[in-house]
Design a protein around this ligand. Sequence first.
Ligand SMILES: [Ca+2]
Ligand SMILES: [Ca+2]
Length: 470
Amino acid sequence: MFGFRTKDGRQLCVKRTATGTVLADGKDVAYELITGVTRVEREGSVAGHLAYDERAIFGLDPSVAHLFSSVPRDMKAPHIGYLPATAIVGEAAAEDEWLTASLNDAPAQACAFDFMKEFAKAKTGIVYEGGREGPIEYGAFFQSGDATCGGVTRKTLHSNPPWNGNPTWGSPFAEFDAALPATKEPLTLRFAYGREDGSVESDGISFIVLVDGKEVFNKNTNEKKWHEAAVDLTPWAGQKVKVRLVSDIGPAHNNSWDFAAWADPRVRVGPIEAKVGVVMPGGVAGAYDDTGARLVAEAATGRFVVRMPARVTFVSKAAEAALPADLMDLPYKTYDETAGGMAAGSQYGSGTKSTLDIAGDKRAVILGHPPMNGRTVLRFHLTLPAKAAKLAFATSLMYTQPADGDGIRFIIACNGKELWSRETRTAGWVETEVPLAEFAGQTVLLDLVTDSIGKNWHDHSGWAGVKIEG
Ligand SMILES: [Ca+2]
Ligand SMILES: [Ca+2]
């Protein structure tokens, strides 16, 4: 406990409590932070935190200081009304007609092997063409430290492939001797992977996991964002295994700017499914995870079974789009999405209707201009017809970017699942068709997204002729 004196002579004290810290002048609380716990049972709320019931606020990330408020919880607003103690809520947002949230394991969940802690004992090296292995050299590294993807910094093991004087292509790896516990509970390797923000140009990195030489995970990405991953290790329970993480330079063997990061890899003990209850004023018409899978509700409780980690989308009922549907004529909302979350907002006119003239080809558009290190989301809430439909549109930057532009990415996402994207630094209409068949007959959040990739300089852009067609 220690004190501050204010300009008007009052004495404010910071007190540690069981659930965080309080700054107070006697009984007069200036502010209170909740930290170190996932749940508090009391009146009040945490601004922006969407998991609570009448009794408690829950699903709090204990590593984050949450600003507590005496404002009562809004039981009628869309929120997560049930979540098991094994789960916490990351980034979340809601309007009356939808709720999206990132769900992850509570850190207290039992950990059988922590790759970060065991890293000093790991063997690192480079695997070359033909499978030959050598030590870390030629400018390569595989080390522990903070890394940032999509503006979000996490504790990681991160790597760079060999490049300086390397006679052939190769990829860095770290290999761990892990004694997995003999348990009947599921064992799951959990981590997040991504291409670091400092990487200028990369054709992608393949994040590969081998258990005793057997490939159990292989995902290629060139996106500067965290992708959560879960790999089932239950078949190896009770065994001593070699777990190898390979930051592979990709199928084209292009090592350029392959700054690869593995965030918080660990082996979790326990089920990876969580049951999630959601309260929405209009009821829940559809529930999805970010693979596009429809979540099934338990008949008895109405709770949805979610495979963790997941980014989940819940939607209320929406009118069915009559085909062909011109999205310029349908209602939509414009949001800014950054590391700080998602909120209604516009950047340099993003979300407004205008025209773009690209070398004399002038078209009506909805403007897209992302925020710095973020995205503009044009969100349509609608029900797709039962018959398979497709989305047709054209995209362009307003002008070709000069040397200090880092490009833009246009993305189509449906219920949080990315269906299409393209990255560009040059102006020119590109016509695209994206099938929507997998969402036929379903209520969706259809997002037209412009991602700044990093800087939002010269990212003026537009979406033209966006139509849902049969
Ligand atoms: Ca590569
Ligand atoms: Ca940019």
